[in-house]
Design a protein around this ligand. Structure first.
Ligand code: SF4
Length: 583
């Protein structure tokens, strides 16, 4: 029997842990299993043709919120061209209403509910046998014309699952994110989430996890993302893992979703010392509004979160990713703005603004009427409005999300945004609200923008809203172009200091002077100097502003940018060392 396991990932860079786990588990009962992955951006006809070529006896498809409609369309076509192929669906998007999906989609033969490894293996044994067993727990199937459903299942002993990767799989995934889990389940019960629906949290043994992780390190994997719902639940489980990874001599980055309140002082201190870039932490804040958190049965202790995130930030060695969700109950537009400001002021490396999805099987979906929810009927079931937010406000938040990604999360205009928010009395949400309003008035939200165009738009916005400070804004934009873009983008409208060429040349020719700032400097060729360094004269002192946070003031400031490393470095040049070149 030839088995093909497939899914449509949301992006090319993603990979499916579930398919590889299913394959490794089921290889013990069926040796001919292949994994095929596509993305939702692939043409349906291309996927259809490719799967047809495989002519599987059994085809299993993993269904998620981002691919369910596309997957069902694919399944209908597959049954037309491969009528003998047995089609099995699994995954969270089909686990909670399997009867309905089976009735609406005659092309689907079986649905595996919940954690599928054991169920699929039993089904494959049955399909290959003359005497199939009548009932498999966790499997929805047709018996005659009747759909008989079951309940989602879990795996009790996780160590019974084989490690999902081997040398070949790792080689094939070299440009993709590798996912891994050291536990399943979540003890919390946030009303909008399904992860707390399965009973209990189960862990792989520590021995097993450390063994698995050593494999990734040996293979010099770029990034491993743990999919554990709350990685730092059990100290005796997660701390040895972190210590093992921190001590490893490797380049791999490990990403974890954690709960910030559960970090104690010892762990915080330890995390502040781990090698730079080794860990990436994602922390779901969702809201800082007590009424909202109570309405979704989520407990967040904001003062503790804030203190712990501040401590983590002070180490400067861990990439921090904080999440908010718009559209939760009891949070109107401006109260959401307060949650936004609370998180903004922690200055994470990434602030992700997500939108509530009314997942099938979630508690919040059952309470939709109570909160006046209007949401998309089909996946991704995103909220369009509720008692607290109008559709117009959700739309505005969508534009804010776009702007946040382009200006802040991209890292491109972080310094300028920090200064602009200060000009808004530190009300970051009001700044983004006004910017979104400006964007919409100029129809900028309906087109995509090059990085270069964003310089002009930000400058125009500043001229429109803070006209007296537009000159300073242009100095910040110049600074961004020379740091983030390393001088590769130099928008012509910005006030570049072309009148200082003579001083710059004389600075570079005077090796003794340049060595005060670059000890190993030697004059070689102008081309090499141009490639490695840049001198620029600013009309205000941006480094001083960034260091002290004091109001920025006019002051001629000469900065030397050094592009030799991976990160741009800069330092201030004393005016006396610079101007002396002027004849
Ligand atoms: S949102 Fe996070 S903490 Fe809450 S139930 Fe889901 S996985 Fe658990």
């Amino acid at each position: 029997m030839r088995i093909v396991l497939t899914t449509l990932n949301a992006k090319f860079i993603h990979s499916s842990l579930a398919l590889r786990q299913l394959k490794q588990y089921c290889l013990r009962v069926c040796p001919d299993i292949v994994v095929k992955e596509y993305t939702i951006n692939n043409e349906l006809s291309h996927i259809l043709g490719d799967l047809y070529r495989e002519t599987p006896d059994v085809l299993g498809l993993a269904c998620y919120i981002w691919n369910i409609d596309y997957t069902l369309a694919l399944v209908r076509l597959l049954k037309k061209v491969l009528p003998q192929t047995i089609i099995i669906l699994g995954g969270p998007e089909v686990s909670f209403d399997p009867d309905e999906i089976m009735r609406a989609n005659p092309a689907v033969d079986y649905i595996v509910q919940g954690e599928g490894e054991e169920i699929l293996a039993k089904l494959l044994v049955d399909l290959g046998s003359d005497q199939p067993s009548s009932v498999i727990e966790g499997l929805t199937q047709r018996i005659g014309n009747v759909v008989v459903s079951s309940k989602p299942q879990t795996i009790a002993e996780l160590d019974t699952l084989p490690f999902p990767y081997d040398d070949k799989a790792i080689a094939e995934l070299k440009d993709k994110i590798i996912y891994y889990e050291s536990s399943r389940g979540c003890p919390f019960s946030c009303e909008y989430c399904l992860s707390g629906a399965s009973p209990g949290v189960r862990f792989f043994t520590l021995e097993r996890v450390l063994d698995d992780l050593a494999f990734f390190i040996r293979h010099d994997v770029r990034q491993v993302k743990f999919v554990d719902r709350t990685f730092n639940l059990r100290r005796e489980h997660y701390w040895p893992i972190l210590r093992f990874l921190a001590a490893a001599d490797c380049r791999t980055n490990f990403h974890f979703e954690i709960t910030a309140e559960l970090l104690d002082n010892d762990i915080l201190e330890f995390l502040r010392q781990v090698p730079h870039g080794r860990f990436q932490l994602e922390i779901g804040i969702q809201s800082t509004n007590a009424a909202t958190l109570a309405a979704v049965s989520r407990k967040n202790d904001w003062p503790v979160i804030k203190k712990n995130v501040d401590t983590l930030q002070s180490g400067g060695n861990i990439h921090l990713h904080l999440d908010l969700i718009a559209g939760l109950p009891s949070e109107d537009y401006w109260r959401f703005g307060q949650s936004f400001n609370d998180v903004w002021h922690l200055q994470p490396d990434m602030l992700q603004l997500g939108f509530l999805k009314m997942l099938k099987g979630s508690g919040l979906r059952l309470q939709a009427a109570k909160h006046g929810y209007i949401y998309m009927d089909a996946a991704p079931y995103e909220v369009l409005a509720n008692k607290y937010l109008t559709y117009g406000e959700i739309r505005r938040l969508k534009i804010i999300e776009e702007l946040l990604n382009q200006l802040y999360n991209s890292g491109r205009f972080r310094t300028t945004c920090q200064w602009l928010v200060a000009s808004y009395q530190q009300d970051a949400f009001r700044f983004y609200h006004d910017l979104a309003d400006y964007w919409e008035r100029r129809n900028l939200h309906i087109i995509s923008h090059s990085g270069k165009a964003l310089y002009q738009y930000l400058s125009d916005f500043c001229q429109d809203q803070l006209s007296e400070q537009s000159g300073i804004c242009q100095q910040f934009l110049k600074f961004e172009a020379l740091t983030f873009e390393r001088g590769a983008t130099r928008p012509a409208f910005l006030p570049w200091d072309n009148q200082w060429e003579e001083e710059k040349n004389s600075f570079w020719r005077d090796e003794a002077k340049a060595r005060q700032y670059l000890p190993e400097y030697r004059f070689t060729t102008w081309r090499e100097i141009k490639n490695n360094y840049h001198l620029e004269v600013f009309s205000c002192n941006i480094p001083d502003y960034l260091k002290t946070g004091a109001a920025i003031h006019q002051e001629t400031t000469i900065l030397l940018f050094d592009y030799r490393g991976r990160q741009t470095c800069y330092q201030q040049i004393a005016a006396a060392d610079f101007r002396s070149g002027r004849r």
